[in-house]
Ligand binder design. Structure first.
Ligand SMILES: Nc1nc2c(ncn2[C@@H]2O[C@H](COP(=O)(O)OP(=O)(O)OP(=O)(O)O)[C@@H](O)[C@H]2O)c(=O)[nH]1
Ligand SMILES: [Mg+2]
Length: 186
């Protein structure tokens, strides 16, 4: 029987909800490297990922999607390149309540530039329940500027408004990525 293994990577700034998302999606207890954040006021949450998150989403009996989450903090960026090896796609999660989420978009697309020129990317905007603006259309409008100097593998990546705690929202986001990797998947 054919076993299909697919690996995707979740990235984005501190607090965007990467660890929350992987634990909501995973069919196994996630492996996480969250540690007590040294500056709680900066992160507004007690824990932060220092190396990676890992979970598995089972699409059917033979198809597994390996979910890897990166640390959001730039000081752990040595993990970013390691985690993308063998990956088939990227989820960029952005926190709508951050001071400059368009800058975050550009920063993460640039940081993962070598990856996203070869594999598709989807974008999920979280915490729109706390702050409704900017909208998904505003993010789409900023994509050209955010990718100046290189061309994304999927030229116009979809942008979704999601709740990082909501499994159905996360499934939609992940399936959008998986279908752009392989329309026949699942
Ligand atoms: N109100 C609201 N809270 C959310 C949403 N998505 C995620 N959260 C919360 O925001 C926090 C996100 O924390 P994490 O999942 O640790 O964030 P992370 O992206 O892994 O952060 P680092 O590992 O520090 O880079 C959690 O407390 C979630 O419950 C959302 O859409 N709305
Ligand atoms: Mg995390």
């Amino acid at each position: 029987m054919v076993q299909e293994n697919n690996k995707i990577v979740f990235t984005g700034p501190v607090g965007a909800g990467k660890t929350t998302a992987i634990s909501a999606l995973s069919d196994i207890p996630i492996i996480s490297t969250d540690a007590q954040a040294s500056d709680m006021t900066l992160n507004r949450k007690p824990q932060t990922t220092v190396a990676m998150d890992y979970g598995i989403m089972k699409l059917d009996e033979n198809t597994k999607v390996h979910l890897y989450g990166t640390p959001g903090q730039e000081r752990f960026d040595f993990m970013w390149d390691i985690l993308t090896v063998g990956g088939l796609g990227l989820v960029v999660m952005l926190d709508n309540t951050r001071p400059n989420p368009f800058k975050d978009l550009a920063f993460f697309l640039h940081s993962f530039q070598n990856y996203v020129i070869t594999v598709p990317v989807v974008i999920g905007i979280t915490k729109t329940d706390i702050k409704a603006y900017p909208s998904v259309y505003d993010y789409s409008d900023h994509l050209e500027e955010a990718t100046r100097g290189f061309t994304l593998f999927n030229k116009i990546p979809p942008v979704f408004e999601i709740d990082g705690r909501n499994k159905e929202d996360l499934k939609l986001l992940t399936m959008a990525l998986l279908y752009s990797i392989d329309p026949g998947i699942g």
